[in-house]
Design a protein around this ligand. Structure first.
Ligand code: AMP
Length: 506
């Protein structure tokens, strides 16, 4: 079972519907995309000498070619290594060396960086720039049948964003990706043929993982010409292409609703925003629901179980009269249809409702292991369970509330303090643009709570008023003992706040 069969099915069913678009213009329909991919795939063996299972990487700004390349790789029975275009040369070098990729596709902006990185990746033999004749030439030839692949064959090495150290390559098999896709249809949405997705977030991460569900249902995948997330351009594309779905990280949702151009979004243009990958604060979520209507849904997943652990449905977002509406919004929802999810103590024993422990998960989307890293695999996969490193608790409705990464939890005077709870309170202050809470070593208490705060333009904030806000809303011992006002929070290439960097500042 090769995941490339999804494209073959769509080429037969949705032949003339657009499959890919550059900005407002259609690029290829389904039949032509399949033909191009099946021709391209023949070049891997004939021209580059690649054989089943070999890894092929790419470093590209979001563009239509990323989808062509990925399906050509799978069509040929090879394994894709999508890399975030914003990585540093050293990070590219690490991924290229760790994956043993023999070939790498690039957009011209990254050609130099990848050439530099290639010096430390001995297996890498060729770099193909997708704007050159070397790439165009790959579309010349005859179509070929899809290569065989076992469900357990690696299809996508998903390098984690590495907020706490070196990235690790979560090995996602054809079965993992198919299970994730079927789960999309069960729990997220069943997109209509002729619908669309705007890829505003990196294709190497969440947005790219959603490509399967959209492609399998005959939607058009739209790539902003800027290759990145610009709110006015995104709004224009959502208005241009019908029934638009979009994956956004929580900070991207916030940028959307705070940008003036959101007023131009036609009410019928947007079908669904899926958000996830980092905490969404309830105050932001409520504003998004007020502005956009009941068109949001949340997912909780990680590279190791892509996009699939729990979800908070559109229905729960929209059920404003429910007495637990706010608690529901603060949760990450219930276990996905194809997942079993537990909250456990250190020995793996299940904890009762309401008690906080590590989240573990089991199901067909869970990775086969970390590429070339048996030690990390043994730590994360135990008896078939994925230890997520996230901490949370179930409530009596079966909803999972995430507290934090276990590494970010603060222990002060023997009590556990979850930064997210404090951040949620601080974010209610209209003068705060963003904030992040970390622990600082303290001789008596072990750790004490410190808040890093970014004020909105033109606003001055005083520690006293923030302290008052905390005293009015959370237990005394949890409130920050120190406020650090800074210009911006350090973030990684996926927009995730780097608490490790904040701790270093202390
Ligand atoms: P990545 O592997 O880069 O996708 O990062 C996965 C991590 O992001 C998870 O382990 C969580 O810590 C965090 N995360 C993912 N989804 C959510 C969510 N809905 N709410 C809060 N944190 C999330």
């Amino acid at each position: 079972m090769n995941i490339a069969h999804l494209l073959l099915g769509s080429a037969q069913e949705f032949r003339d519907l657009p499959a890919l678009a550059r900005g407002t213009s259609a690029h290829l329909n389904y039949r032509d995309l399949w033909r191009k991919v099946s021709v391209m795939s023949t070049h891997f063996a004939a021209r580059f000498g690649l054989a089943r299972g070999d890894r092929v990487a790419f470093a590209m700004a979001n563009c239509v070619e990323s989808i062509e390349v990925m399906y050509a790789i799978w069509h040929a029975g090879l394994c894709a290594v999508p890399m975030n275009a914003k990585l540093h040369a050293k990070e590219f070098a690490f991924i290229l060396a760790n994956s043993g990729a023999k070939l790498c596709f690039v957009t011209p902006d990254l050609a130099g960086t990848i050439a530099e990185a290639a010096r430390e990746a001995p297996a890498l033999k060729e770099i193909v720039d997708v704007t050159t004749r070397s790439y165009t030439f790959m579309a010349v030839g005859d179509p070929s049948p899809i290569a065989d692949a076992e469900p357990t064959d690696p299809a996508w090495l998903f390098y984690t964003s590495g907020t706490t150290g070196r990235p690790k390559g979560a090995t996602l098999t054809h079965r993992n990706l198919l299970a994730m896709t079927l789960n999309y249809f069960a729990d997220v949405d069943r997109p209509p043929p002729g619908g669309s997705i705007v890829h505003a977030a990196p294709i190497s991460h969440g947005s790219g993982l959603w490509n399967f569900a959209m492609l399998a249902r005959g939607s058009v995948q739209v790539f902003p010409e800027s290759g990145k997330y610009e709110v006015p351009e995104t709004v224009e594309l959502m208005n241009r292409w019908p029934q638009c779905s979009i994956f956004l990280a929580p900070t991207m949702v916030k940028r959307l609703i705070e940008h003036g151009s959101v007023a131009e979004l036609q009410p019928e243009a947007l079908r669904l925003i899926t958000y996830g990958g980092a905490p969404m604060y309830v105050s932001d979520l409520k504003r998004a629901l007020d502005l956009l209507g009941n068109k949001l849904m949340q997912l909780y997943g990680q590279g190791e179980s892509p996009m699939t652990i729990t979800h908070l449905s559109r229905e729960y977002h929209g059920d404003r009269t429910h007495p637990r509406w706010e608690q529901r919004l603060a949760s990450a929802g219930r276990a996905d249809s194809c997942m079993e999810v537990r909250v456990v103590d250190e020995a793996g024993r299940r904890l009762p409702v309401g008690e906080v422990g590590e989240i573990i998960a089991k199901g067909d989307p869970v990775m086969a292991g970390y590429w070339n890293d048996p030690e990390a695999t043994a730590r994360s996969l135990r008896d078939g369970w994925l230890w997520t490193g996230d901490v949370g608790a179930f409530d009596e409705e079966g909803l999972l509330t995430l507290k934090d990464r276990s590494k970010d939890m603060i222990i002060s005077g023997g009590s556990n303090i979850y930064p997210r709870e404090i951040e949620d309170v601080l974010n209610r202050h209209a003068g705060i643009a963003e904030c992040s809470v970390v622990g600082r070593p303290h001789p008596e208490w072990g750790e004490e709570v410190v808040a890093f705060v970014v004020a909105r333009a033109g606003q001055t904030l005083s520690p006293a008023e923030l302290d008052r806000l905390c005293l009015d809303n959370i237990a005394r011992f949890k409130r920050p003992k120190d406020y650090k006002f800074i210009e911006a929070l350090p973030k990684n290439n996926y927009g995730k706040i780097l608490k490790t960097e904040l701790r270093k500042l202390l």
